[in-house]
Write a protein that binds this ligand. Sequence first.
Ligand code: PLP
Length: 422
Amino acid sequence: MLTTQNETTALDLTWVRSQFPSLAQTVNGYPVAFLDGPGGTQVPQRVIDAISGYLKRNNANTAGAYATSRNTDAMIADARAAMADFFGCDPDEIVFGPNMTTLTYGISRSIGRELGPGNEIVVTHLDHDANISPWRALEEHGVVIRFAEINEQDCTLDMNDLAHKITGHTRLVAAGYASNAVGTINNVKEVVRLAHQRGAMAYIDAVHYAPHGPIDVRALDCDLLVCSTYKFFGPHMGVLYGKREHLKRLHPYKVRANTNAIPNRWEWGTLNHECIAGITACIDYLADLGRHVDSSASTRRAALLAAYRAIQKHERGLMERLIRGLLVFAGLKLYGISDPKRFDQRCPTVAVRIAGHTPLQLATKLGERGFFTWDGNYYALNLTERLGVEKDGGFLRIGLAHYNTAEELERLLAALRELVGG
Ligand SMILES: Cc1ncc(COP(=O)(O)O)c(C=O)c1O
């Protein structure tokens, strides 16, 4: 990414960490290192304040003829504008929902109304199950699901196979922006191009990518893209971008009283208003982070892009350090890209196995020492099955976020050395 004139690109880590009250915790006398970001990140104080502030002052349903209800309508409009800046689209293309999985089931059910025998959907072996099972549910309608292969040696998507699997019968291609298990960033723009070339729609799961890199739905030209704000410093909610034409044309399952106007026709029942208030605060946190590194950022979108330049630079340094430190362990196998020259093709999400220790044993022992990592398949079930590790407990996942420090990683590597030797 290009930097601008007034930009330092260096993350002000002291400022960043001061925003997140939970980072100061200890467990068993050890400082906590949150290396579980891919499962859900920590939140800055302003997100907590926005949620409780909404409940204190404006708790109401929408569209009422009184102050707190009007404030609620305005608050939701603000959150849509914030997410539109985040994705690079318009506010009426933003749909809120409980989480990515529920939003994806809603979309798959409505797209499924138009599909039947003779239609195909392409999914990938690299994806989280939430971007596979909702599409497989359409097998009930006679839709054929085809799986794009991976290159096992570096856990990347096999783009030739993907291109081959997309045919004139394909109606939709569902692919992840980045793998929540092994960190691979896919060439999403090319996935979208391949889908469109054959007249298919592209549905992108950006849940894992969102905390690590900027999203530009117009540049990607994707039809639908979904993410979860709790993975990028916000509350437990899902957000969907849909091209206006699709949100208008597709038929949601919805109650009769619900409007037909977009985007609300895709939002069923009463939303989680307090969390929506938290979403604006989370986007504004990221924008402020951007203004810290680039004081010339004149719009919120520009500030967000500056934030991601600093985040990527910081995370890249941490990732190099972590992977270099891990690769010297005897009996350690890293799944995913390990060549630093290719690190722009991966997120700082590192999956390993260490001979003689199950991922659960390692995660448990690390957890007792304040290192919060994850073990298992993290719902990337097709991938752990494909790589033959599902029956042996999956991987140990060390997931970095921009609030992590080099010192935490040095302590982690030292703790691992003590636990496994080497
Ligand atoms: C890549 C990816 N996709 C989808 C999901 C599901 O997200 P949600 O919990 O919002 O349904 C996750 C959650 O871990 C994920 O990491």
